[in-house]
Design a protein around this ligand. Structure first.
Ligand code: ATP
Ligand code: FE2
Length: 326
């Protein structure tokens, strides 16, 4: 059995974890919290550079004290913010060379899917992966994770965060909007945009911001925002199920923590007689265990990354990855 160290740092979350085949042995996370507005890539990268040595030292100290010999180091090669990715890749290369262990570059989106499969009973699901920057419906088909549908503009989490900011809520806005939505008494019509198998969230965000400026009830607006955004995601997920004939749906990404989204997917899956899976919250949002886990799968398949091929890929898409571990 191998012990794999994984490092995540595509955006504002930096983390390091060690996993084996069955469990997460240790994980340490440290989030960069922007003081105002959105995320500034260089500030986030500076945060990562400031804390990465401390995080990795903590994780490796734990490994040393428990006699876990690290067999490989995995890192998020992309997609993500260039400066953040480069900080993490530099650390991973140094560890690989320093300890003379293989380096494994992994795709962050595929890691979200694989950690869900690992931590639930799912085996070959349609995955709805919804986070801040990404929103995709993925399915494994002939050697790759295919993107069956995706956002045409911003990720649904960013839509929540933007709308939240426009009504004066602190970042990240998703959880606050979910809370406010629970007190709603009415539904306000908002733009619903599904084009083919893709969805879009900017029209919804702008319309909700304008409705707020015109004095719409805040709870009703948060409820309607949530219902509309999630209905688009569930529609496309259901069509992906129908199209592929798969009989499992898996939810992943930070937005997956939303109970209403979980409920809507559960209702859809119950109606079709298929299984719905969602891992514990700690495996939904960005985490280092998922990077270590996918690194472990790739290591077993001999799919490691030469230093010369370890350049970061800010636009790395899941369907660019040849799946070697299935
Ligand atoms: P990625 O790099 O995969 O795009 P990320 O950096 O956006 O990920 P995640 O932790 O996967 O990070 O997701 C964070 C997003 O999830 C934020 O936009 C946040 O508002 C949203 N979110 C978290 N909880 C909820 C919730 N309960 N309801 C709606 N959105 C939520
Ligand atoms: Fe993520």
């Amino acid at each position: 059995m191998a012990f794999v160290l994984g490092i995540e740092g595509t955006a504002w979350n930096l983390g390091a974890a060690v996993v084996d085949d069955d469990c997460v042995l240790v994980e340490k996370m440290d989030a960069y919290l922007p003081t105002s507005g959105g995320i500034h890539p260089r500030d986030a990268a500076q945060h990562h550079a400031d804390v990465i040595i401390k995080l990795i030292r903590e994780v490796l100290t734990f490994a040393g004290e428990n006699d876990l010999k690290i067999d490989a180091v995995a890192f998020s090669q992309g997609p993500g913010l260039g400066p953040c990715l480069r900080t993490v890749a530099t650390a991973a290369r140094a560890i690989s060379l320093g300890f003379d262990i293989p380096l494994v570059g992994v795709n962050h989106c595929v890691a979200h899917v694989e950690v869900g499969i690992w931590r639930t009973e799912a085996s070959d699901p349609i995955t709805l992966y919804v986070s801040g920057a990404n929103s995709q419906v993925l399915a494994y088909q002939s050697g790759k994770y295919r993107i069956l549908g995706e956002t045409l503009d911003i990720g649904v989490g960013n839509a929540f965060d933007k709308f939240a900011r426009s009504i004066g809520l602190a970042h990240p806005g998703g959880p606050r909007i979910e809370e406010l939505a629970s007190g709603a008494e009415g539904y306000i019509e908002l733009p619903y945009t599904v084009k083919g198998m893709d969805f879009s969230f900017t029209g919804l965000t702008t319309a909700a911001t304008e409705a707020h400026e015109k004095g719409a009830n805040l709870s009703d607006l948060c409820h309607s925002f949530q219902e509309t955004a999630f209905a688009m995601l569930v529609e496309v997920t259901e069509r992906a199920v129908a199209h592929t004939g798969k009989d499992e749906v898996l939810l992943g990404g930070g937005v997956g923590a939303n109970r209403r989204l979980q409920k809507m997917l559960e209702i859809m899956c119950d109606g079709r007689g298929i299984d719905f899976y969602v891992p514990e919250n700690r495996f939904l949002g960005d985490n280092a265990a998922m990077i270590a886990h996918l690194g472990n799968l790739q290591l077993k398949a001999g799919d490691v990354t030469a230093i010369e091929e370890s350049a970061v890929k800010p636009g790395f898409r899941p369907d660019d990855v040849q799946v070697t571990w299935k």
